[in-house]
Every structure is written in C-alpha cells, then in structure tokens.
Design a protein around this ligand. Structure first.
Ligand SMILES: [Zn+2]
Length: 211
C-alpha cells in the first residue's frame, strides 16, 4: 500500500499522472510496432531506390531518396523509443517485401507508400493514441505523419521533374532533424524545426556532390 501511494505521489509530482494512469495502451503498442516495421522497411527501400537513381544518372533524386531513407530511420527510432517508454522492446525490425524497378516507377511506389502512411495509417494510429491517452505514442505518430506529408510532396515534385527531364534543377542538399526526422532542402530549411523546435545547427546535412 505504501509503495502504491508513493508511486501515485511520484506520478503527480513529476507531471506524469496521465501517463501513469494508463496501464496498458494495447493498441498504441501494436501500432508503434507496426510503424517501427513500416519505417524500417521504408528506410531500406529508399536506400535501394537511391542506388538505382544514381546508376541511372539522376543524382538529385538519388540524394532525395538517401535523405528520406535516413529520415525514415530516425522515425523508426522515435517509434522504438516510444515503445520503450511503454515497457515494450521491439527487437529487430520485420522488413516487408518491396520491388525495386526503374526510378520513375520507384518514385510512384514511394508516393503510394507515403500516401498510405499519411492518409490512412498515421491518422488511425494518432486516434488510437488519443483514445488510450498514450502521449508518447501520439507524439511519435504525429511527427511521422507530418514528416510523411513532406516526403510525399518531395517525391511528387521529383516525379514531375523527372517526367519533364529537368531533375538537374532539383535540390541536391538536404537536411534532417535528428530528433523528429523532419526533412528540409536548401530552399525550405528553417532556423528552428517546425515540428520539435530543434535548432538548425543540430540538423544532419546531406550535401555530398555526386560521384
Ligand atoms: Zn525536429
């Protein structure tokens, strides 16, 4: 009884009463595992797409795939950390199957994948986290949702550029926020991250020239 009382007092004092009051956010834990696997798969898929784009001579699109691959890795880690705060350890990611084709086909596959995350998967996961009062999961899903919207738009613009044969004008320099995975290029980079308020000095840059 004394231990329970002490725990309750600790939770209230540390501002974690809401978190402590939810004993088992089952759906959110399952959602986080699904999102962890999904982002891990996306990270590997985009790194393969980057290699194809480089071979085809589309250096700027290759850099975009590289940046989004690393962003997806950051998002996977954010989900993993959220799982750990809920007492769950995901272990190794379960990598799903995917096809690697030509760059224009890979871009369409990337757009479809991001559209599913943005329009279906993350909105449901955010609702589950709200219903279960699991703020750690909600924050991780919201960052991934907002970042996925940017990825989808970048891929759409890249597909348009490629179809017009003007990929040389697409940005070559990309920046990633290491905390939330937010992705910027040299044109739209901000001094403070839109999503988590990290400073630009902390962003990881992807500025390598093509080989
Ligand atoms: Zn951020």
């Amino acid at each position: 009884m004394q231990i329970i009382l002490r725990t309750a007092i600790f939770c209230v004092l540390s501002g974690l009463f809401l978190q402590c009051s939810i004993s088992n956010p089952k759906k959110s834990i399952e959602d986080l595992k699904t999102a962890f696997n999904d982002e891990s798969t996306a990270s590997l898929k985009y790194s393969k797409f980057a290699q194809v784009a480089q071979k085809e001579g589309h250096d700027t699109i290759s850099k975009l795939f590289d940046a989004v691959s690393e962003s997806s890795n950051i998002l996977a880690n954010t989900h993993r950390k959220a799982l750990e705060t809920l007492g769950s350890r995901p272990g190794f990611a379960e990598i799903g199957s995917f096809d690697v084709k030509t760059t224009i086909e890979n871009l369409q596959s990337a757009i479809n994948g991001e559209a599913y995350e943005v329009q279906t998967m993350y909105p449901k996961f955010i609702r589950d986290a709200e219903n279960e009062k699991a703020p750690q999961a909600g924050k991780s899903f919201t960052w991934a949702w907002d970042t996925g919207k940017k990825h989808m738009n970048y891929f759409r613009r890249a597909a348009i550029s490629l179809s017009k044969g003007t990929t040389s004008g697409f940005p070559l320099t990309w920046f990633l926020c290491p905390v939330c995975g937010n992705t910027y290029n040299s044109v739209d980079v901000k001094p403070i991250c839109d999503f988590c308020l990290s400073k630009q000095e902390s962003f990881n840059g992807y500025v390598q020239a093509s080989e």
